[in-house]
Design a protein around this ligand. Structure first.
Ligand SMILES: COc1cccc(CC(=N)NC(=O)c2cccnc2OC2CCNCC2)c1
Length: 389
């Protein structure tokens, strides 16, 4: 009964894992748009499809509330992602987005939003192959409607709407193992506000550690160490795009970002995404760059704290400043901005700084998937250059 749905889908199947005769690339060929199912999939009777216009304040608030109350929790159900409305507008409106890929399910009678799933277009390179894909995210079914098998029909519907735009591949992540991960990343956390993290049960006081010893362990300087370290500005987009494109070429799977993508995804946006460049003081060249996005979590059932302010490592490029020093500067500015914790996955070159910068391993993994694209061998996390929100 496991993976009853995924065994019907064009994804790497566990049974094919050792079959090295299967070629890398699309599993099924595209079909003519006229042969794509033209009408939405059937929902159980009480429910109806709705396209969610995230630009509408009311709809955005409905999506925010659905996710805030029903989206992903940690393994111990102590925290739940709390994506903000401005974050959702940012995440769902990249260059070339399709409104029709922001899909909701309402109760016909009450019009209550009870489920959601999204796709956004992205060009993803796999080795030397640049593929137009959908990045699928924010799959959420209201807690009261779980195990009604709504998720498979949500996935089929977003797939259908992606097919209608002549796109045949997708990328997505999950905290659970499905057929079949292209890689699995361990997540890591760096305490910035250890007292609050211990108060809310996110972290525990280490063995033989006092609170004052713990505060000292995680203490950070007030200012970044790197000369020329400053917030990214619009005028930096061409240089950052060149840096990022060159850097991402070393990974097996990575986004193919142009200047418009970099302007959207990496330019600082208050309470959504922060990015910094290192401008060399002598020749004013941009030599390095780091970024992190803002994803708070609700703290479930705590008497005095309701929100955990978390920064998530995004894209970082070091060509002159050692990555260790660049990321320490990212920690310093994140602390300065009031974040409680800085999270990172062990993809790209992150492994090289995690332990030294006092990150601790999280209690779970994030698995990456491609839809309708076979990868011959599972990748090492360090071969992955794609960060999903
Ligand atoms: C601390 O609050 C949490 C609230 C919900 C879940 C988790 C654990 C977890 N599942 N974390 C991650 O998936 C994660 C850990 C480090 C970096 N990125 C991550 O996920 C990102 C990327 C995938 N979409 C969610 C955000 C933690």
């Amino acid at each position: 009964q496991r993976h009853k749905f995924w065994e019907t889908q064009p994804v790497g199947q566990f049974k094919d894992l050792n079959d090295t005769s299967l070629p890398e690339g699309p599993i099924e060929p595209p079909t003519p748009i006229s042969e794509v199912k033209q009408e939405p999939y059937n929902l159980p009777n009480l429910y109806e499809w709705v396209t969610c216009d995230i630009n509408s304040e009311d709809t955005c608030a409905e999506v925010y509330n659905l996710l805030s109350n029903n989206y992903v929790e940690d393994d111990e159900n102590m925290f739940r992602f709390n994506y903000s409305k401005e974050f959702l507008r940012w995440a769902l409106h990249p260059p070339g987005y399709y409104k029709t890929w922001h899909i909701g399910v309402r109760v016909k009678s009450s019009k209550k939003l009870v489920a959601f799933i999204t796709g956004i277009p992205a060009r993803i390179r796999v080795r030397t192959d640049v593929v137009s894909m959908a990045e699928v995210n924010f799959l959420c079914v209201h807690k009261k409607l779980r195990s009604k098998r709504l998720a498979p029909v949500m996935i089929k519907e977003v797939t259908r709407r992606v097919h209608l735009e002549n796109i045949w591949q997708a990328a997505y992540t999950a905290g659970v193992v499905l057929p079949t991960p292209i890689t699995s990343c361990q997540y890591w956390h760096r305490s910035l506000n250890p007292k609050k993290l211990i108060d809310v049960g996110f972290s525990r006081l280490g063995p033989r550690m006092t609170m004052s010893r713990t505060l000292k362990l995680f203490k950070l300087p007030d200012q970044p160490a790197t000369p020329g370290f400053r917030k990214m500005e619009l005028r930096d987009v061409p240089a950052v795009t060149r840096l990022l494109r060159a850097y991402l070429m070393q990974f097996v799977v990575a986004p193919d970002l142009d200047e418009l993508d970099v302007e959207h995804w990496v330019l600082p946006k208050d309470e959504v995404v922060d990015s910094y460049v290192v401008e060399s003081p002598e020749n004013h060249k941009i030599t390095d760059f780091c970024s992190f996005y803002t994803l708070p979590s609700s703290i479930l059932g705590h008497p005095t704290h309701s929100i955990l302010k978390a920064a998530y490592s995004y894209y970082n490029v070091s060509t002159k400043t050692p990555l260790l020093q660049l990321m320490n500067d990212a920690l310093i500015v994140a602390k300065h901005k009031g974040f409680d914790v800085f999270n990172a996955l062990d993809l790209m070159h992150n492994e090289s700084f995690l332990k030294e910068l006092k990150f601790g391993p999280g209690d779970g993994k994030l698995h990456y998937y491609l839809y309708n694209y076979r990868i011959k061998h599972i990748l090492r996390a360090s071969e992955l250059g794609l960060v999903l929100l």
